[in-house]
Design a protein around this ligand. Structure first.
Ligand code: UD1
Ligand code: CA
Length: 451
C-alpha cells in the first residue's frame, strides 16, 4: 500500500437526544474510554496526519477527547454533507485521502479502513463502507453496478420498494480522494425528504463527474452505531468479546470469560489465570504467571510475575504488586508497593505505603494514611511481621525484620529488628465466670420486675 497522507473528519454534531444525557453522546465510555477516543486511536494507528472533529456548539470537551484534533462547530446541523462542508476550511485543501467517520460508531477496525484506502488508491475517488445488517431498517442502501462499482446511495426515506429490498447498507464511513472533496461537496443540495445536505449524495455526483466510486463490505458488528444507552451496552458487549478473544489467544486462561470485564488498555501476560467476575478498569498491567482470583476489582495498577491477587481484592491506582507477592481477600491497596514475596492476605487497607520483600502483614492491618487533612506514608521493611488488627498511624516506618504485636496502634517508628506492641496488660480472674453470670441474671430479673 502506498503511504499517501491521510486526514480524517469525525462527525459528532448530532444531538444524541436518545441517550437522555447531559454528556455529549460520543463522550460516553466503552471499555474504559470515550467512544470518540476509540475512533481517534484507530486513526492514530493509521498515522492520520490531520483529524478534524465536527461538533455542536460547546464541543470543547469532545475535541479534547479526540486530541490531537482540530475542532469545528456545525451550527445548526444541516446534515452529514453539511458537516463535512464545515470541516473543509480546517482541512485546508488537503490533497491526500480523507476518511469520514462517525464519533458514535467506535468499533470500526484499522484493517477495514486500510482495505477502504486500498480500494481508494486502486482508482475510486469515493469508497463507502457497506455492511449487511440483520435488519436493514432505515439505513441508506448501496446501489451497485458492475465490477464492484458504487452508483449511488439512496436514503431509506427516498428509496423505492426495489431499492428498499437491497440488503447492502451504508455504514456512513467513507474514504474520499482529497483533491475532489470540495468540488463534490459543492454539488450537494437539500432537495430531499429531510431537507438536509446528505453526504451520501457525493457518490452520485462522483459518477456524474466521471469519477469512480466503490465500496468495501465490513461486518455488522464493527459498524454498530450507538444512539441509545441500550445500544451503548450492546457496543460494550461487542468490544468485551473482542478483548476477551484477544486475551485468550495471547495465552490468558479465563474460567468464565463472559464474566470478566476488560478495559481497552488491559495488558495481560502469558499464563495469567483469571477466575470469574473480575473487573479491570483502565490502566492495569499484569505480568506472566499471575493468578487473579474471583470478584477482584483492579484499576491503574501493576501486578508482577507469579503474584496472586484475590478473591475479593481491590487494587486502586498506584498499587504495584511485586513478583510472587500475595494479596488476599478483602484487601485494598492504593498507591502502595508490595515488594517481592510479601503477603497481605486478609482484610487490610494498605495506602501510600511500601511493604518490604517477604514481609507478612496480618489480618486487619490498616495503614492510617489520612488525618482528615493530609496523606502520609507508611514504610514497612523487608521481612517485618505485622500482627493482626494493627493500626499503623502514618507517617511511620517499621524497620527490616521488626515485629509488631497484634492489636497494636503504632504511631512511632519501630527500628529494624525490634519488637513493638501497644497492648493493654491482660487481666485474668480464675473461676470468676460463674459469679459473673449469677450477677448478670439477677440484674436482668430486677430490670424485668420494674418494667
Ligand atoms: C446516515 C446516512 C445513512 C447511513 C446511516 C448509518 C446520510 C444522509 N445518511 O443516516 O445512509 O445508513 O448514517 O448510521 O449520511 N451528524 C453531524 N451533523 C449533521 C448530521 C449528522 O455531525 O448535521 C453526525 C451525527 O452526529 C452522527 C452521524 O453524523 O454521528 C450520522 O448522523 P445521523 O443523523 O445518525 O445519520 P442517519 O440519518 O442515521
Ligand atoms: Ca445514527
Amino acid at each position: 500500500m502506498t503511504s499517501q497522507a491521510i486526514a480524517a473528519v469525525i462527525l459528532a454534531a448530532g444531538q444524541g437526544t436518545r441517550m437522555r444525557s447531559a454528556r455529549p453522546k460520543v463522550l460516553h465510555p466503552l471499555g474504559g474510554r470515550s467512544m470518540i477516543a476509540h475512533v481517534r486511536a484507530t486513526l492514530a494507528a493509521l498515522a492520520a496526519a490531520k483529524v478534524v472533529v465536527v461538533t455542536a456548539p460547546e464541543g470543547a470537551a469532545v475535541v479534547a477527547a479526540a486530541a490531537p484534533a482540530t475542532g469545528v462547530v456545525q451550527d445548526p446541523p444541516l446534515g452529514t454533507g453539511h458537516a463535512v462542508q464545515a470541516a473543509l476550511p480546517a482541512l485546508g485543501g488537503f490533497e491526500g485521502d480523507v476518511l469520514v467517520l462517525y464519533g458514535d460508531t467506535p468499533l470500526v477496525s484499522e484493517a477495514t479502513l486500510r482495505a477502504m484506502l486500498e480500494r481508494r488508491r486502486a482508482g475510486a475517488a469515493v469508497v463507502v463502507l457497506g455492511f449487511r445488517p440483520a435488519d436493514p431498517a432505515a439505513y441508506g442502501r448501496l446501489v451497485t453496478g458492475a465490477d464492484g462499482r458504487l452508483l449511488r446511495i439512496v436514503e431509506f426515506r427516498e428509496a423505492s420498494a426495489d431499492e428498499r429490498a437491497i440488503t447492502l447498507c451504508n455504514s456512513g464511513v467513507m474514504a474520499i480522494e482529497g483533491r475532489h472533496l470540495a468540488a463534490l461537496l459543492g454539488r450537494l443540495d437539500n432537495a430531499n425528504a429531510k431537507g438536509e445536505y446528505y453526504l451520501t449524495d457525493i457518490v452520485r455526483h462522483a459518477n456524474e463527474a466521471g469519477l469512480e466510486a466503490g465500496f468495501v463490505e465490513g461486518d455488522a458488528e464493527e459498524v454498530f452505531g450507538v444512539n441509545s444507552r441500550a445500544e451503548l451496552a450492546a457496543a460494550e458487549a461487542i468490544l468485551q468479546r473482542r478483548l476477551r478473544r484477544a486475551a485468550l489467544e495471547n495465552g490468558v486462561s479465563m474460567t468464565d470469560p463472559d464474566s470478566v470485564h476488560l478495559s481497552w488498555d488491559t495488558a495481560l501476560g502469558r499464563d495469567v489465570t483469571i477466575e470469574p467476575n473480575v473487573f479491570f478498569a483502565p490502566g492495569v498491567s499484569v505480568a506472566d504467571n499471575v493468578l487473579i482470583r474471583a470478584f477482584s476489582h483492579l484499576e491503574g495498577c501493576m501486578i508482577e510475575s507469579g503474584a496472586t491477587v484475590g478473591p475479593f481484592a481491590r487494587l486502586r491506582p498506584g498499587a504495584r504488586i511485586g513478583p510472587e507477592a500475595h494479596i488476599g481477600n478483602f484487601v485494598e491497596v492504593k498507591n502502595g508497593l508490595i515488594e517481592a514475596g510479601a503477603k497481605v492476605n486478609h482484610l487490610s487497607y494498605i495506602g501510600d505505603a511500601r511493604v518490604g520483600a517477604k514481609a507478612n502483614v496480618g489480618a486487619g492491618t490498616i495503614t492510617c494514611n489520612y488525618d482528615g487533612f493530609g496523606k502520609y506514608r507508611t514504610d514497612i521493611g523487608a521481612g517485618a511481621f505485622i500482627g493482626s488488627n494493627t493500626a499503623l498511624v502514618a507517617p511511620v516506618a517499621i524497620g527490616d525484620g521488626a515485629i509488631v504485636g497484634a492489636g497494636s496502634t503504632i504511631a512511632a517508628d519501630v527500628p529494624a529488628g525490634a519488637v513493638a506492641l501497644t497492648r493493654a496488660p491482660q487481666e485474668t480472674r480464675p473461676d470468676r465466670a460463674e459469679r459473673f453470670r449469677e450477677r448478670a441474671r439477677a440484674r436482668a430479673k430486677a430490670a424485668k420486675g420494674k418494667s
